[in-house]
Design a binder for this molecule. Sequence first.
Ligand code: NAD
Length: 296
Amino acid sequence: MKIGFFGVGHMGAPMLKNLIKAGHQVRAFDLVPELLASAVAAGAESGESLAHTVQGADVVISMLPSANAVRSLYLDERGILNAILPDALIIDCSTIDAATAKDVAEIVAKSGRSMIDAPVSGGVGGATAGTLTFICGGEDQAIERARPILECMGKNIFHAGSNGAGQTAKICNNMLLAIHMLGTCEALQLGVDNGLDPKVLSDIMQASSGRNWSLELYNPWPGVMENVPASKDYEGGFAVNLMNKDLTLAMDAALRSASRTPMGSLAKSLYGVHGSQGNGSLDFSSIQTLFGKIEE
Ligand code: NAD
């Protein structure tokens, strides 16, 4: 297939590589020339302009940082919607608010084209290994059309509901991730402060009722687990800034639906403080350091 791909940053670059590996012809575009050059070195064609990137494309994929970037890419005066073939499928993999995803998809549908939201879980590691989870919102037929393309980049493809539902499911998941990471950090700190070895405590909780994903695969205490950000000075992984973005989206959704999310709200405050202390680009498990005792 011919694919137009927008946004070859941390996630987009490895996703694009997997599409090329699967034999697709990909034309890429990014606002950062160096990133576009890396995509070309990986086998993509260079999009010379927004419109050129989608010329003749069967599928258009975007992996962008924000709702504004998505709306403006498709719908601005210089946006690409009218340059996209009428029977092409549009897949937005960015994490944005559900209301924008729904709104943009509705405008796209009025133009006769089809669009789904397909935010991902699995991080840069999952994008590189081609094992992402895609959490999709849109019509059945559009999701089924997208499936073979998504399968080149991921191993789990879920259909959460209509347009926007993929985004809603994604932020519910990430709010829960923030909460169980915080709970894990708090429990580890309590144990260590009371004389326990963090590795021994982790083994105990992992085999007990406190077991959760953060403990099992992403232990936040440095040195307990190999090959996780905590053991690499919290470098790489999923940035605190991105967790803050997702928690903001979750709290916005909660306001809109008048949902009670006290744990999410506390998680947002704690991650907000942590980010504002200069930790925004560190992995989100670095929130462990917020629980450390201040040294006298
Ligand atoms: P990133 O900032 O590394 O990449 C985004 C890229 O989009 C940048 O290179 C930027 O130059 C480019 N861009 C912005 N506007 C553009 C436009 N109009 N046209 C073309 N390119 C444009 O971000 P990322 O870490 O790759 O994340 C991308 C999305 O995936 C975000 O919505 C993020 O929340 C989500 N996400 C990230 C992770 C992760 O671990 N990094 C995990 C899951 C989901």
